[in-house]
Design a protein around this ligand. Structure first.
Ligand code: XLS
Ligand code: NI
Ligand code: NI
Length: 446
């Protein structure tokens, strides 16, 4: 296999379609656990996991950080001097990568796909051109778009926010990109549309009318929804919570905050959540905590799969390799009956020191294997182990008698008082956390 497109240059020579070889294989460019067609329960691994590769970390950012420039030489960035020609070869590289890796989905921001421009007409022309090409590539490869989004945080005009900017002119300018990114998503059959509010927040309350900014935010989201529906978008709109970075405080702080906001503004039918592992940990929660909060509100729409670093307090966006994380995540996903139309998007980047083209494959293979194993273990825990029985037994006192009456709203506080007097001091019942932890390890090490 070279490249899937006639006439296109090959950007990852020497790497073919990544095969499944199983745990016995020492081939670094092979899957050990992810076997797209293997059934886990009643669905295949591919159907459960719905993997997506993100455009920005893998094909746009070459490894720059606040202390220095990029370290990777992207061959697609040096082809031709015109921005549009570079965007075209980037598209070829991206689709070559997706195809060789064997993922079904990808995600992008408007200005990952096409060159940005201050002049609206040029921006729109660039995006339309690239969307047309992406559509051809999707047709040729069978790739699908998990979600599209607009980058409303990089351009200096958004330094004080986009939809929550104190200047109406900026709010209106943000709508240009959102409208175009929704159109692009519809044109490419995207199954979701994401809002990550990178600059929707504040640096100081002294100069900020938080209440007014949040009302603007809700209004803007409702307008985007109405536009999207009128343009034929049937998928979920997704809000991606993050507590900080780049802003000191971001309004979409965590799943609980966004759930409250969506219900308060009547947006919960059209908007769900896209939970990112490293954002959950930045907000002081675990990954599975924020997934569970989202799921319990009926709002878990999709996942940005990555991991943070226990020692660093920022969004390191590492590839997910921690099996406890992936088991915990897949327990939530399986318990809610799946993630579709969402998926697992690798919003993750190779380290700045990882400069070989091959590293991008290795990183994704590792993440896919970690989630495939997490899926197998979570499924076995739910289907074969005593986990669910143990957990429901902890609540058995609510299944009958007075406990059930309490759950059904049939008892008063005075009734509880009388029942407690009659029953005497409750017996102590162990929470048995260690037994659960050992059970998880038993299934993980099988
Ligand atoms: C940044 C976010 C971003 C969103 C898309 O921290 O994770 O990459 O997923 O705008
Ligand atoms: Ni992030
Ligand atoms: Ni993200």
């Amino acid at each position: 296999m070279s490249t899937p497109f006639k006439g296109a240059r090959e950007f990852f020579p020497g790497i073919d379609r990544i095969p499944f070889e199983g745990v016995g294989s020492d081939n670094p460019l092979a899957f050990k656990h992810y076997h797209a067609d293997r059934k886990v329960g009643d669905k295949t691994m591919a159907e459960h996991l719905r993997f997506a590769v993100c455009y920005w970390h893998s094909f746009v950012n070459a490894g720059h950080d606040p202390f220095g420039p990029g370290t990777r030489n992207y061959p697609w960035d040096t082809v031709g001097e015109h921005a549009l020609a570079r965007a075209e070869s980037k598209l070829d590289a991206a689709f070559e990568f997706f195809t060789k890796l064997g993922v079904p989905y990808y995600c992008f921001h408007d200005i990952d796909l096409a060159p940005d421009a201050d002049d609206v007409a040029t921006y729109e022309k660039n995006l339309k051109h690239m969307v047309g090409l992406a559509k051809e590539r999707q047709k040729a490869t069978g790739m699908k778009l998990l979600w599209g989004t607009a980058n409303l945080f990089s351009h200096p005009r958004y330094m004080n926010g986009a939809a929550t900017n104190p200047d109406f002119a900026v709010v209106a300018r943000a709508a240009v990109q959102v409208r175009n990114a929704i159109d692009a998503t519809v044109e490419l059959g995207g199954e979701n549309y994401v809002f990550w509010g990178g600059r929707e927040g504040y640096a100081s309350l002294l100069n900020t009318d938080m209440k007014r900014e949040l009302e603007h935010f809700a209004r803007f989201l409702a307008l985007a929804r109405d536009y999207g529906r009128s343009a034929g978008f049937k998928g979920n709109f997704l809000i991606e919570p993050k507590p900080m970075e780049p802003m000191k405080h971001q309004y979409d702080f965590d799943a609980a905050t966004v759930a409250g906001f969506l219900f308060r503004h009547g947006l919960e039918k059209d908007f769900k959540l896209n939970i990112e592992a490293n954002h959950a940990t930045l907000s002081g929660h675990t990954f599975d905590h924020d997934l569970q909060v989202a799921s319990d509100h009926g709002l878990l729409g999709s996942i940005d799969a990555n991991r943070g670093n226990a020692q660093n307090g920022w969004d390191t966006d590492q590839f997910p390799t921690d099996l406890y994380d992936t088991v915990g995540a897949m327990l939530v996903v399986l318990r809610q009956g799946g993630l579709a139309p969402g998926g697992l998007n690798f919003d993750a980047k190779v380290r700045r020191e990882s400069t070989d083209a091959e590293d991008l494959f290795l990183a994704h293979i590792g993440g896919m294997d970690a989630f495939a194993r997490g899926l197998e273990v979570a499924h076995a825990l739910l289907a074969k182990s005593p986990l669910e029985t143990w957990r429901s037994e902890r609540y058995a006192s609510f299944d009958a008698g007075a406990g059930r009456d309490f759950e059904r709203g049939r008892l008063s506080l005075a009734d509880l008082h009388a029942l407690a007097l009659a029953a005497g001091e409750p017996a102590r019942r162990s929470g048995r956390q260690e037994r659960y932890e050992n059970l998880l390890n038993q299934y993980l090490m099988r």
